[in-house]
Design a protein around this ligand. Structure first.
Ligand SMILES: [Mg+2]
Length: 461
């Protein structure tokens, strides 16, 4: 195991719920629950205010509603979560080539491999700056754990939550782990936890005391040995970079730095075409277009844009790459350019919510439209438009807002934006011609460009 706490684990705080609170001023400081709202729906994320009532992720939605009847219940908006995830992951990729995403909002980073940190002090500095950068770019908070292994880095970020940073000093791991419950260790679910408890083992210290033979007897060879090793804080698992299959990219390094802006643009087009050929040869399509630019001073910038749907269209990738290049400052010259397409395989999290979209027509948010005066009933019944709770709309007269609830032929909209104060609610007929679905509004208006420290040469991945 390494001797410095240079494995970083980042976990965004209550990610989906925090995005919703940032986007919807009236929900700040309130219980917000995001997930599938259909009969078999589950909670994806609960805000910290909702957790007070005992609501947590993976809980059946019906149970959450009993625990927190007055919370706001929203359908996930994966488009914006994915866009913010890309921003966060691109900050992480600026630290190291070894970034291992675990979900949209969680990843391991090997800081040593990127040359970003080599000891406790440098690791802490990187963690502090990363948290500040994430806040500046996304407007959201993430917690950082730093340790000498993946297991401990993840435990550290859990301890840091919310909005904190925890560093576990190498050498102190065992003392720290000892009194913790066995469930803290990866791979110990409720069943294994029960099994151990029946054998009188409830803390990590007690696993260590029981000894390897006893653990193997209780849990079988593979699981027993693995758990015993983890209880002693032995974890040699490397940080594995994002699987190749998840992205296709091409890049070129130039012998002489390119200064001519026109030429840079043409190179990017050429790389986009090459990337699309590769994508098609592999029978793939993807939804996130990534542009990489390494400047004369070795500072490297990655920018990405996530499309509404997957593409393998040359024109679309070209255009996206050109848009990404536009704001990049290339004065001084460019020594490397790259174009990639990622998001080829969707995160498994989404499977949970395929059902969320079935929940469509239901009345969902806490404030249902009040049924004082029924609207003109006898309409020629065109297919009823679907308004998902939490999703973005725009009204011809009142501007941007979000669906607070719908049912009984009406839809309630709250008119507010990430930058406004809490807004007012108005109720419309579901087929109000002035009301239209809209794209999510950005949480941060002027995203600062985060300059990366020049990467030292010769750091291998
Ligand atoms: Mg999280």
């Amino acid at each position: 195991m390494r001797t410095a706490p240079t494995i970083l684990h980042l976990d965004m705080d209550a990610f989906y719920a925090s995005v919703e609170q940032a986007a919807k001023p009236s929900l700040r400081g309130k219980a917000v629950i995001v997930g599938g709202l259909g009969p078999r729906g589950v909670v994806a994320t609960a805000s910290y205010e909702a957790r007070v009532f005992g609501v947590h992720s993976a809980m059946p939605m019906a149970q959450a509603r009993r625990l927190a009847p007055n919370a706001a219940y929203l359908v996930p908006r994966f488009g914006i979560y994915r866009r913010i995830s890309e921003q966060v992951m691109s900050l992480l990729r600026g630290l190291s080539p070894l970034v291992e995403p675990l979900s949209l909002d969680e990843a391991f980073v090997d800081l040593e491999a990127g040359g970003a940190a080599w000891d406790e002090e440098s690791a802490r500095r990187v963690g502090v700056k990363l948290r500040a950068d994430i806040r500046a770019v996304t407007g959201l908070t993430g917690s950082v754990g730093l340790a000498a292994s993946k297991m401990l880095a993840k435990i550290a970020s859990e301890q840091a939550k919310p909005d904190g940073l925890t560093l576990i000093r190498p050498g102190t791991e065992r003392a720290l782990l000892g009194p913790m419950p066995v469930r803290t260790l990866p791979g110990v679910g409720p069943a294994t936890g029960d099994h151990l408890r029946r054998a009188g083992i409830t803390t990590i210290d007690e696993i260590a005391e029981a000894g390897e033979d006893e653990l193997v007897r209780l849990l079988g060879k593979a699981h027993g040995q693995a758990l015993y090793a983890m209880a002693l804080a032995h974890d040699e698992r490397p940080v594995v970079a994002e699987r190749e299959a998840k992205s296709v990219s091409v890049e070129d390094t130039y012998d002489v730095d390119i200064h001519d802006r026109l030429r840079i643009g043409l190179e990017v087009q050429r790389l986009a075409d090459r990337c699309v050929r590769r994508l098609r040869d592999a029978g793939l399509s993807g939804r996130t277009i990534v542009l990489k630019v390494r400047r004369y001073d070795f500072s490297t910038l990655t920018r990405s844009e996530t499309l509404r749907g997957p593409t393998d269209d040359q024109a679309v990738v070209r255009e996206a790459a050109a848009r990404l290049l536009e704001p990049v400052d290339t004065t001084g010259g460019v020594r490397l350019l790259g174009v990639g397409v990622s998001g080829l395989a969707d995160y498994t999290q989404e499977d949970l919510f395929a059902q969320a979209h079935l929940a469509a027509g239901e009345a969902t948010a806490e404030e249902r439209p009040e049924a004082e005066e029924p609207l003109a009933e006898e309409q020629a019944a065109p297919p009823e438009r679907v308004w998902l709770a939490g999703h973005d709309v725009r009204h011809g007269e009142y501007g941007p807002g979000w669906v607070q609830g719908s049912g009984l032929g009406r839809v309630t909209v709250r008119f507010e934006t990430p930058q406004s104060g809490p807004g007012r609610v108005r109720t419309f007929s579901v087929d109000d011609p002035q009301l239209e679905p809209a794209d999510p509004l950005p949480l941060v208006l002027d995203v600062p460009e985060i300059a990366e420290r020049p990467a030292p040469t010769g750091t291998g991945a």
